[in-house]
Design a binder for this molecule. Structure first.
Ligand SMILES: [Zn+2]
Length: 84
């Protein structure tokens, strides 16, 4: 992103203070009566407690995916996150 410098400090887990590593997680979303699970979302995963934190940089892509999935009249959808 232009104009924003990456914070190069090692991020720490807000739950236990452990080190965060790059990884992927499955993120569930509840919209109206529907459940949408997005798999393989880029995330930072705690090496100690396993807690996963979705990266804020993928929020826009998640919204796009949710918009598309919402059209499907399915009560529960499982989709894969695809990096643009
Ligand atoms: Zn942790």
């Amino acid at each position: 992103m232009a104009g924003r410098k990456e914070n190069k400090k090692m991020k720490k887990c807000p739950v236990c203070g452990g080190g965060l590593q790059h990884g992927q997680t499955a993120a569930p979303f509840f919209i109206d009566e529907k459940i949408i699970i997005i798999k393989d979302v880029p995330a930072e995963v705690c090496a100690d407690c396993g807690e996963a934190f979705t990266k804020s940089s993928v929020a826009g892509q998640i919204e796009d995916i949710l918009d598309k999935v919402e059209i499907l009249h399915s009560e529960m959808s499982v989709v894969h996150f695809k990096a643009a």
